[in-house]
Design a protein around this ligand. Structure first.
Ligand code: BDP
Length: 727
């Protein structure tokens, strides 16, 4: 029998325990304070694992800084900040080596007895090595330049952030591409073209005098992933950005970014000599025009001595260009290249051109325009195509210019901003898309000539001219990118620019660890969610190679029915009662012929064309039998439905991290995922109804039909306001 007194003592004990546990839980919740996301992947929270904390602390007792320069100062400040945050104490920064010293500084300043081989490190590479110096074990972070040291410091901190061992370090790293540039599409009035995270972060009104803290934080974040160039303004340029007063403003930003190894660039409007130079023409053959650009370059370098150069969108979507004067793109680009050459500046000349004529397949126009110009550009000019031949669609084959321009260095342009990928409302991890294009084999010199390799190889054949450009997704939103997971795309772009051979998954892993936690309860579900997200997006918007069926103006939401004289979605899907897709084989527009034969023939042959690109290259009857055994119609519909289901799975995965990360970021993502689900259903239902209105075919068995008729979806306004409209 139970003694009632004993029993009551026990129950008191249990109550007390419960109380203690709830206090602990409360305290830990309070400790897990909400985070806005502003700190990005540079949060430096305390190391939780006590074994690691001990190891890290013993290897980071003090810091020895060699040399002095603005770059070395930001490197040592970053190291101090990171170590203090993660280890809970501030290592002493001194001038002596002891056990557990971290030595940072240029190779030529290292103490004797601390010899490393810096050969091949170039301007940006670095070494991190555990070494015995003066009888004690220290960690040396060194490079040929201070900038290399800064990159090494960020890399070292990443080791701690990702709970990696610090024993016996021997890391040697150099960037795969030399120009790793963000192309801001920021307008001078503070808006951002295709930006979904608020307004431009450049406060032109107060520049150059007032330098916001945000600029340095932006510089740190970019340096941490190896970005070394920023184009400040939109490719749809305004000439006035080259006016003296605006150059002075830009110099304020250049001053902030310089210590972080980041140069600034500007877009150049081709008509600037007319618009702000008072000349009657911008003809590149006119001596006065050439002289104007030379004078302008001299003026720019007198204000910004390390100015990077120009990015130019010419004769594209209404922008002025050399063709206005009967000159070629090369003649226009070379004029600017010539003006910048004396100062070491370069030109990024965009290859995004297409005719607004319906009878010409847009996919073939970029190649047709630029292929004949191979080898005709000056040596300080990059040609910059987008990753694919249309325009930043959720899935495109690689641009056929990659592998076709051996004598012209190409810089690949990708979007980080999600213009056609759900804006900042959808969680879409883009590194898988970047990886897909970088690893695409062009067969330009036999098998293995991937796009990534081609980009890298230009450095050897063209005096270091290797590059990649990303259109960023940042704005004035507190978390920089609107959607917290937009940060992952910015981060991954930098990592892939540094190493185009890196994998999307390993980058996601690092980003999650640095952004959220090293706990496997967090890393595993979040990684899985990220890795499936792009395919989910493709499925619920444009499966099986469909593309360019988004809303005409906003580029978000479905509008496969858009049809007006200037632009019609029908050119991209060509749906009729029995067939869908565009024939781009040699029997059609011939786009497959622009690739090396191994690739082109694979795309042109139905038995080898990947399902993912089927309707990009082929026009097929709805009854066509797919590899899955389904008919094409059933495949399209099934993918629309599975895309939505995948978002549901993503929601489930995210729910697993509840309580394991701070509530503020948890809720932000949770709410956006349900928003995404709603939009995914909108895409699915609208597209299934639209294409079904042509095919007249029933849905595959077991699928619930869209709740509304097609007319309902057509009436949803853009930019839409469908609160209460779509339930
Ligand atoms: C399109 C965008 C447009 C850009 C253009 C470009 O919709 O806003 O100006 O590309 O890249 O995708 O120049």
């Amino acid at each position: 029998m139970i003694d009632s007194r004993e029993y009551s003592i026990d129950s008191n004990l249990i109550d007390n325990m419960k109380h203690i546990i709830s206090v602990i839980l409360l305290l830990s919740t309070l400790c897990m304070k909400g985070e806005t996301g502003y700190d990005l992947w540079l949060r430096y929270p305390p190391v939780e694992n006590s074994r690691l904390l001990k190891e890290y602390s013993s290897k980071n007792k003090n810091i020895l800084v060699l040399g002095d320069s603005p770059t070395i100062r930001v490197a040592s400040e970053e190291l101090e900040r990171g170590l203090e945050g993660m280890l809970g104490y501030k290592p002493e920064t001194g001038r002596r080596i002891g056990k557990g010293t971290v030595v940072i500084g240029r190779h030529d300043l290292l103490p004797s007895g601390c010899r490393v081989d810096p050969e091949g490190l170039g301007e940006e590479g670095f070494l991190i090595r555990s070494m015995k110096i003066e009888g004690v074990t220290a960690t040396v972070i060194t490079a040929l330049t201070d900038k290399g040291v800064l990159y090494g410091v960020f890399r070292y901190l990443r080791l701690l952030q990702t709970a990696s061992p610090l024993a016996d370090l021997d890391i040697r790293d150099t960037p795969g591409l030399n120009y790793r540039v963000l192309n801001h599409w920021d307008n001078l009035n503070g808006t951002v073209e295709r930006g979904y995270a608020g307004y431009s972060i450049w406060n032109w009104e107060r520049l150059p005098h007032y330098k916001e803290q945000r600029y340095s934080d932006y510089a740190r974040a970019n340096a941490s992933i190896g970005i070394n160039g920023l184009v400040l303004n939109n490719v749809n340029a305004e000439a006035k950005s080259l006016r003296h007063d605006w150059l002075v403003k830009a110099s304020g930003l250049a001053d902030v970014f310089r210590p972080y190894g980041i140069r600034i660039y500007l877009t150049a409007k081709f008509s600037a000599p007319k618009e702000i130079g008072g000349l009657p023409t911008a003809d590149p053959r006119d001596e006065r025009v050439r002289q104007w650009w030379k004078d302008k370059a001299r003026e720019i370098y007198s204000i910004i001595p390390d100015f990077g150069g120009f990015l130019v969108k010419a004769n594209s979507e209404g922008q002025p260009g050399p063709q206005d004067y009967g000159c070629s793109h090369a003649e226009g680009a070379n004029m600017l290249g010539e003006a910048l050459a004396p100062y070491g500046g370069i030109v990024f000349w965009r290859a995004f051109v297409y005719q607004n004529e319906r009878h010409i397949d847009r996919v073939v126009t970029g190649y047709n325009e630029f292929k004949p110009l191979d080898g005709k550009f000056r040596e300080n000019v990059f040609l910059q195509p987008k990753n694919g031949p249309i325009d930043f669609q959720p899935r495109e084959p690689f641009h056929p210019l990659f592998g076709s321009m051996p004598d012209t260095p190409l810089a690949m342009e990708v979007q980080i901003t999600q213009e056609n990928l759900g804006h900042a409302g959808h969680l879409v991890y883009l590194a898988t898309m970047y990886e897909e294009v970088l690893k695409s084999d062009t067969y330009a010199g036999g098998s293995g000539y991937t796009v990534g390799r081609i980009l890298k190889d230009y450095a050897r054949s063209h005096h270091g001219m290797s590059a990649i450009a990303g259109v960023p997704n940042v704005g004035t939103d507190l978390n920089w990118t609107g959607h917290l997971f937009g940060q992952a795309n910015w981060y991954a772009f930098g990592r892939l620019a540094w190493n185009p051979d890196a994998g999307a998954e390993e980058i996601a892993d690092d980003w999650i660890r640095m952004t959220f936690s090293n706990a496997s309860g967090v890393t595993e579900p979040v990684k899985e969610m990220m890795m499936m997200s792009r395919e989910a997006y493709v499925d619920y918007t444009m499966p099986v190679g469909l593309n360019h069926i988004m809303n005409f103006g906003s580029h978000n939401g479905p509008e496969p029915w858009h049809h007006d004289p200037s632009w019609t979605a029908y050119d991209y899907h060509k749906v009729t009662a029995d067939s869908i897709g565009v024939d781009r084989t040699p029997k059609g527009t011939g786009a497959t012929l622009q690739y090396h034969s191994e690739v082109g023939e694979r795309f042109a042959d139905l038995s080898t064309c990947p399902d993912e690109l089927l309707l990009w290259f082929h026009r097929l009857p709805f009854t066509y039998r797919m590899r899955s055994g389904r008919t094409l119609w059933d495949e399209i519909v099934t993918r629309y439905y599975t895309g939505v289901e995948k978002v549901g799975e993503m929601q489930d995965m995210w729910s697993k991290v509840e309580g394991l990360i701070d509530d503020e970021r948890y809720r932000h993502v949770k709410e956006l995922l349900s928003f995404q689900k709603r939009e995914a259903e909108w895409w699915r239902d609208a597209c299934v109804q639209f294409f079904g209105s042509y095919s007249g075919l029933p849905l595959p068995e077991g699928l619930t039909p869209p709740p509304h008729p097609l007319e309902y979806y057509k009436r949803i306004p853009f930019p839409y306001d469908w609160n209460g409209y779509y339930d």
